[in-house]
Design a protein around this ligand. Structure first.
Ligand code: GTP
Ligand code: MG
Length: 461
């Protein structure tokens, strides 16, 4: 247990309804008692009951100056977030009052908490493991609902449980082979190489490799779906971007060639984080600068998860549309036919045969028609199993690297067993895999790693 008592403002900066000052450590309660005047209690006899809210006032101990009307709650160790004594003071006034209260708390002997220090203590005191601590950061940072769901279930320890069971399996193999090396006469008989190899692959390597591939699959929920709007000039790409963002982000004019470079904006569609890119209209040109722009757009199209290929219904498809079709047709694509308010059905030619393979939605950005349907289509693409992953077992980048290294070590071990190398050697790899997985759940950890993780937190968490 830490001997210092830490304090910080736990609510976001700015003018909010309430601001919370959080204090954790052995002095949390004594400090609170010096500042807090409970309503209807005589001060000297006041000692808060754990997990109960008290109404009262914060008063500066030296001057007797009234600071704010507050609610105070004490959570006695170990039934608190950090497993230490925690006091929270919920202040009602603006940021100035919240800061004055924090100031008083610090003057009474608490030290200002570093970023993530509350969570770090929760980890060091064994309340949560590292995957859960990192998931707390993700919860704080998650912008869209679906990402939040994944983060929230990791707080519950889904990934931890899974890694633990893989680790146990590996540990079982280690225990068995080490016993055979050290005490051959007690264990009796030879090591069953093939049996060990089978177990190593089935219960160690395969689930680890599956986790790594889930990292790739889960990237949509974690980082957002990369969606690019492409089409010839003037079809309404920037208008669509603005409509989806619900603000006038991109310049829209009737002049073809209005957008000259990429415009990239994050947004959420039906709870899915999206990174939307508006592009310059694609068309045949001799202008060298425009040609570079077009090359870059093509590269972006190749890196996108989904292309919204836009055409306009105010006239027939053009050669420029055909040329863009050739670029986007092997991508995941939705054909978005815009300006259906100007469509003249009687004059419309049916689309070429090969175009009909693309899922199509007909919209009018101007009249706000068909946008709901487009959003639904984007959602179903994003949630397709090839991109998104329903499973809660999605590692973050740190986990992924460790899991990859552990898988590589197990692969080496498996190779060694196949070559009939002695288990003294093979076990070095197996042991290293076991340790690497220990780092994922924080069982074997290094101080600098902890610093790195907790630095990503905001102060007060
Ligand atoms: N009638 C009608 N006009 C639209 C619709 N959507 C966009 N427009 C108009 O089409 C023109 C071009 O719109 P933009 O959004 O600038 O088109 P763009 O595809 O971004 O064009 P570039 O940036 O030049 O490639 C503007 O005058 C828009 O008001 C629509 O659904 N119906
Ligand atoms: Mg534009």
């Amino acid at each position: 247990m830490e001997s210092t008592t830490i304090a910080a403002i736990a609510t976001p900066v700015g003018v909010g309804g309430i601001g919370i000052i959080r204090i954790s450590g052995p002095q949390a309660c004594p400090i609170a008692q010096t500042l807090f005047r409970p309503s209807g209690h005589r001060q000297p006899s006041f000692f808060p009951v754990s997990h109960r809210f008290y109404h009262g006032h914060v008063v500066a101990p030296d001057s007797g100056r009234f600071i704010d009307e507050v609610l105070l709650v004490m959570m006695q160790a170990p039934r608190s977030y950090t497993r230490e004594d925690v006091v929270e003071i919920h202040a009602h006034a603006g940021p100035a009052a919240v800061r004055s209260i924090l100031d008083l708390v610090l003057r009474q002997g608490a030290v200002l908490a570093g970023p993530g220090e509350f969570t770090r203590r929760a980890f060091l005191n064994g309340r949560i493991d590292l995957t859960q601590a990192e998931a707390v950061i993700d919860v704080i940072n998650a912008q869209a609902d679906s990402a939040l769901q994944v983060a929230a279930s990791q707080v519950q320890g889904a990934l931890k449980g899974h890694i633990e069971s893989i680790r146990e399996a590996i540990f079982g193999i280690l225990a068995e082979t080490e016993a055979a090396i050290d005490f051959p006469e007690d264990v009796g008989g030879e090591i069953d190489d093939d049996g060990i190899l089978h177990r190593l692959t089935e219960t160690g390597l395969a689930p680890l490799e599956a986790l790594v591939s889930q990292y790739e699959a889960g990237h949509v929920l974690r980082d957002g779906l990369k969606v690019i709007v492409a089409g010839r000039p003037n079809v309404g790409k920037s208008s669509l971007m603005n409509r989806l963002l619900e603000r006038e982000r991109a310049i829209v004019t009737p002049i073809p060639g209005t957008t000259r470079d990429f415009i990239e904006e994050p947004l959420a569609i039906r709870g899915i984080p999206i990174l939307l890119t508006d592009t310059a209209g694609l068309h045949a040109t001799e202008d060298p600068i425009e040609r570079i722009g077009i090359q870059r757009t093509v590269a972006r199209i190749e890196a996108a998860d989904l292309v919204l290929f836009m055409t306009a219904a105010d006239g027939p498809l053009t050669a420029a549309d055909e040329a863009i079709y050739d670029i986007v047709q092997d991508r995941l694509v939705i054909w978005v036919e815009n300006k259906n308010d100007l469509a003249a059905p009687e004059k419309e030619a049916p689309p070429p045969e090969h175009w009909r393979q693309m899922p199509k939605v007909s919209i009018s950005v101007l009249c706000n028609r068909g946008l709901g349907k487009l959003k639904k289509m984007i959602e179903s693409v994003a949630l397709a199993p090839s991109l998104a992953c329903e499973s809660a077992l999605i590692p973050n980048i740190r986990h992924k690297h460790l899991i990859e290294d552990a898988a590589a070590a197990l692969k080496n071990a498996a190779e060694g067993i196949r070559r009939r190398e002695p288990f003294e050697l093979v076990n070095m790899d197996i042991r290293s895999a076991h340790e690497l997985l220990g780092e994922v759940v924080g069982e074997t950890f290094r101080e600098d790693l902890l610093d790195q993780i907790f630095e990503r937190f905001c102060i007060g968490k």
